[in-house]
Design a protein around this ligand. Structure first.
Ligand code: PEP
Ligand code: MN
Length: 448
């Protein structure tokens, strides 16, 4: 295979490319980024990698979640805390359910860039470039603000840094401390059977926590503090290249190229072409990486992709994030698992039950149904079990806010109610109650 460098991707065909007119501005921004310090360290990255090895081997579970598209405006205390608390709470439920350590990865501190199905859109009769994410162009519906602005790449770095700073500070100051009371409420649960099951599960988790407090084992690290790793789609390769550094492995002293914009990067379903720029960039970085796979992925192509991205076959280096849709998973996942098993690769298998289940309401609002999300997760678990494989985790779009974007859940959100607090700039997210309920139900599958 040809020599790799942080810029070798520029020699390959690229999808979802951003065309900057302000080339001088782009050069300035990238030079600035190259001088700024890494946002994460090699120790953190390699810690995550070894945790994901355990996930691949069935010894741990990974919960990954956050916004579809983060905005610079989301960089504020309340929204960061709400998301962190939700992920922590969900992970507690999953630890109890799956009886395994849970690795938490947030889609945060850099999840700005978005792949789009069309480069342009027409709003109020005016054709303009599509919104590509806060690190690329502005959301305001006018052609001027939709022009790619390279200074946004530097802004993305500083918003990531501020978010990460508060994330780290709040975790080390005890946000994850189980001594502070947690709100386990699900709001207005309308189905009596769900209400009863939920109450039983909440009591079981509370009992376990009480027991730990009584015997004093909650003082160990892991209960008072917790790790949350960061992640985003590695879509803007100019940005990722500028933050890729040649560094020493913290334990072995071996050197390698680390993407230091976040701990974990993934390749989206639209940019995972075997001979494309994104795969080229990803094959050279030492971080653990994700690859989204859907119905358009052929089993032999999947194995070739693993060979390219992970030629040394490191266990858990690659997380396969499957996103077929509840109606299609049974047609595609078994063959994907079979091909990967036959190849000898041992990836983390993660289910993204969001992206294959997006639909539009008759009035044109993008939504997802809670029952479809749950169904894809349940099927994933069962298909992996039947194949002698492990469902290692789930990948969700969620927010700590009380939004109304996905239909269903115990509170019975209907299509008519979607207009109430529909605030996403991209895909519909589970709200805090729906996300927590999902964690309980998935924990329940493990306890069945
Ligand atoms: C996403 O995770 O927001 C996304 C765009 O996913 P996918 O690449 O699977 O469509
Ligand atoms: Mn999305």
């Amino acid at each position: 295979m040809a020599e790799w460098s942080p810029s070798s991707w520029t020699q390959k065909p690229i999808k979802q490319d951003v065309i900057y007119e302000d080339l001088a501005g782009l050069k300035d921004s990238l030079q600035k980024l190259q001088k700024l310090p890494p946002l994460v360290t090699t120790r953190e990255i390699t810690n995550l990698k070894s945790s994901l090895r355990n996930v691949a081997l069935g010894k741990a579970f990974v919960l990954q979640g956050g916004d579809c598209a983060e905005l610079f405006d989301y960089c504020n205390q309340d929204m960061i805390e709400a998301k962190v608390k939700l992920l922590l709470q969900m992970s507690l439920v999953l630890i109890w359910g799956a009886n395994k350590p849970v690795i938490r990865i947030a889609r945060i501190a850099g999840q700005f860039a978005k792949p789009r199905s069309s480069p342009t859109e027409t709003i109020n009769g005016v054709e303009m470039p599509s919104f590509r994410g806060d690190n690329i162009n502005g959301f305001a519906a006018d052609p001027q603000s939709r022009q790619p602005d390279p200074s946004r790449l530097v802004s993305a770095y500083f918003h990531s840094a501020a978010t990460l700073n508060y994330l780290r500070a709040s975790l080390s100051s005890g946000l994850a401390d189980l001594h502070s009371p947690l709100d386990w409420g699900l709001g207005h649960v309308i189905t009596p059977s769900i209400k009863e099951q939920y109450a039983k599960t909440v009591n079981a988790v509370k009992d376990a926590l009480r027991f730990m407090r009584t015997v004093g084992i909650d003082k160990d690290r892991g209960v008072e503090t917790a790790d949350i790793f960061t992640s985003h789609e590695g879509l803007s390769l100019e940005y990722e290249q500028s933050l890729t550094r040649h560094l020493r492995h913290p334990a072995t002293a071996e050197t390698g190229y680390y993407a230091t914009s976040s701990h974990f990067l993934w390749i989206g379903d639209r940019t995972r072409q075997l001979d494309g720029a994104h795969v080229e960039f990803f094959r050279g970085i030492a971080n653990p990486v994700g690859i989204k796979i859907g119905p358009s992925m052929a089993p032999d192509e999947l194995v070739r992709l693993l060979d390219v991205v992970n030629p040394d076959r490191e266990i858990g280096k690659v997380t396969l994030i499957s996103r077929y849709g509840a109606a299609k998973i049974a047609d595609f996942l078994p063959a994907h698992i079979g091909a990967v098993q036959a190849s000898g690769h041992i990836p983390v298998w993660q289910c993204d039950p969001m992206h294959g289940n997006t639909q539009s309401t008759p009035s044109g609002v993008k939504t997802r149904h809670f029952t479809d999300i749950l169904s894809e997760l349940k099927q994933a678990l069962e298909i992996h079990r039947a194949a002698g494989s492990f469902l290692g985790g789930m990948h969700l779009e969620l927010t700590g806010e009380a939004v109304t974007e996905c239909v269903g859940g115990a509170a019975g959100l209907t299509e008519d109610g979607l207009g109430e607090r529909y605030t996403t700039f991209c895909d519909p997210r589970l709200n805090e109650k729906q996300a927590l309920e999902l964690a309980f139900l998935v924990a329940g599958f493990y306890r069945e």
